[in-house]
Design a protein around this ligand. Structure first.
Ligand code: FAD
Length: 341
C-alpha cells in the first residue's frame, strides 16, 4: 500500500494537535489539515487556555486524569524550553476560592498541577467574601500563539493546510484513506450529532500587566487568568445559545464580577470582547467509525466535543486519536495484502 493519506478536518487546538500526534506516531503518512477557519478565527483562539480540567460526566475520571496528565507533562516541557515564548506556554500561580467549602476538597487533578494546597488564613484575607481556597501552580497557553506555533511546526514537517468547508465527510473518500473529524461545534452539522450542543462563552481580554496571579471563583464562572500579553476575564456559560455577537450587558457583568475579586482591575485598559461556542457533549467523542457507500469504505476517527476543557486535555485526546488512526491504517494494510493473495 502507498503512503496512507490522512485528512484532519478542523484547525482548532484539537485538529492541530491531532495532526501533530499522527505525524509523530505514523511518520509514513501524508497529512492534510482541511478547515474553513484557521487561527485567529476559531473557538480555540477565544479560550483562556488555562490547564484546569472540567469534569466530564460521561468519561471515567481515571481517563480524564490521564488525558490531563499527558497534556500537562507535554506543555510543562515546552514551558521549560527555549520555545516557551513563541509557543505562548507558561506557568502561572494563583488561587481557586470558594464562598463555602466545596464537597470535594481535593479535585481529581490536584496531584497533576504543582504545589496544590489549601490556602492559609492570611492568604484568604485577600478575599473577604470567601471562606475556603486552594493555591496551586498550573500552565496556561496564550491560545493564538500556541495555535500558530503548532501550525508552523506542522507546515515545517510537510503537513498541507487547506482552507475548505467540508459539507460531508464522505466527500473526502476518493482522495484520503483516513479522515479525522476534529470540527468542534461544527460537528453538529458535519455529522449531525444531536448530542453535541454549544455552551456560549463571552470573555474580556484586557491590558492589566500588574495582575500576575490567577483567581478562579468556585465553579469557574468568574475568573481572572493572566497571560503573556493580556489578562482574560470571564465569563459566561449559556447552554444552547449559538450567538457569536457580544452582549454589552454581559461585558459589564463580567467586568464587575472580576473587579469584586481583584479591585485593581478597575484600572484595566484596552478592553476587547470575545465570544466562543464550547463544543459540549456528555463525553468527548473519541472513536473509530467505518463509513460505507455502495461497497466502498472510508475509515473515520472522531475527536470532538471537548466542551469547556479542550486545552486542558488536548494532547491526551490527540494521542488517543492518533492511536486510532494507526489502527485504521493497519486495517487498510491488512485488507490490501489479503486482496493481493
Ligand atoms: P475549534 O477551536 O472550534 O476548532 C474547530 C475547527 O473545525 C475550526 O477550525 C473550524 O473552522 C473547523 N470546522 C468546523 N466545521 C467544519 C467543516 N464543516 N469543514 C471544515 N472545517 C470545519 N478550555 C480550556 O481547557 N481552558 C480554558 O481556559 C478554556 N477557556 C475557554 C473560554 C471560552 C470563552 C471558551 C468559549 C472556551 C474555553 N475553553 C477552554 C474550551 C476550549 O476553547 C475548547 O474546548 C476547544 O477550543 C475546542 O477545540 P476544537 O479544536 O475542538 O474546536
Amino acid at each position: 500500500m502507498a503512503a496512507p493519506k490522512v485528512a484532519v478536518v478542523g484547525a482548532g487546538v484539537i485538529g492541530l494537535s491531532t495532526a501533530q500526534c499522527i505525524m509523530e506516531t505514523c511518520p509514513g503518512c501524508s497529512i492534510t489539515v482541511l478547515s474553513d477557519q484557521f487561527s485567529p478565527n476559531t473557538t480555540s483562539d477565544v479560550a483562556a487556555g488555562m490547564l484546569i480540567p472540567h469534569t466530564c460526566p460521561g468519561t471515567p475520571t481515571h481517563v480524564q486524569k490521564q488525558w490531563f496528565r499527558e497534556t500537562f507533562t507535554y506543555l510543562f516541557a515546552i514551558s521549560n524550553s527555549a520555545e516557551a515564548s513563541e509557543a505562548g506556554v507558561h506557568l502561572v500561580s494563583g488561587w481557586q476560592v470558594f464562598k463555602n467549602t466545596p464537597k470535594e476538597e481535593l479535585p481529581f487533578w490536584s496531584d497533576v498541577v504543582l504545589g496544590f494546597r489549601p490556602m492559609s488564613k492570611a492568604e484568604l484575607q485577600k478575599f473577604p467574601q470567601h471562606r475556603f481556597g486552594q493555591a496551586f501552580m498550573t500552565l496556561k497557553c496564550d491560545c493564538p500563539s500556541y495555535l500558530l506555533w503548532l501550525e508552523k511546526r506542522l507546515k515545517a514537517a510537510g503537513v498541507q493546510m487547506q482552507t475548505r468547508k467540508v459539507a460531508d465527510l464522505w466527500e473526502l473518500h476518493s482522495k484520503y484513506n483516513v479522515v479525522v473529524n476534529c470540527a468542534g461545534i461544527g460537528a453538529h452539522q458535519l455529522v449531525g450529532d444531536e448530542k453535541l450542543f454549544p455552551i456560549r462563552g463571552q470573555v474580556l481580554k484586557v491590558h492589566a500587566p500588574w495582575v500576575k496571579n490567577f483567581i478562579r471563583d468556585g465553579d469557574g464562572l468568574t475568573y481572572i487568568y493572566p497571560g503573556i500579553h493580556r489578562v482574560t476575564l470571564g465569563g459566561t456559560r449559556e447552554k444552547d445559545n449559538w450567538s457569536l455577537s457580544p452582549d454589552p450587558g454581559a461585558t459589564k457583568d463580567i467586568f464587575d464580577r472580576c473587579c469584586s475579586l481583584e479591585p485593581s482591575l478597575r484600572g484595566a485598559q484596552e478592553i476587547e470582547v470575545k465570544v466562543g461556542l464550547r463544543p459540549a457533549r456528555q463525553c468527548v467523542r473519541l472513536q473509530r467509525e467505518v463509513l460505507s457507500q455502495g461497497g466502498v469504505k472510508l475509515q473515520v476517527v472522531h475527536n470532538y466535543g471537548h466542551g469547556a476543557g479542550g486545552f486542558s486535555v488536548h494532547r491526551g485526546t490527540a494521542k488517543e486519536a492518533a492511536h486510532l488512526v494507526g489502527e485504521c491504517i493497519a486495517a487498510l494494510q491488512d485488507s490490501s495484502s489479503r486482496a493481493k493473495l
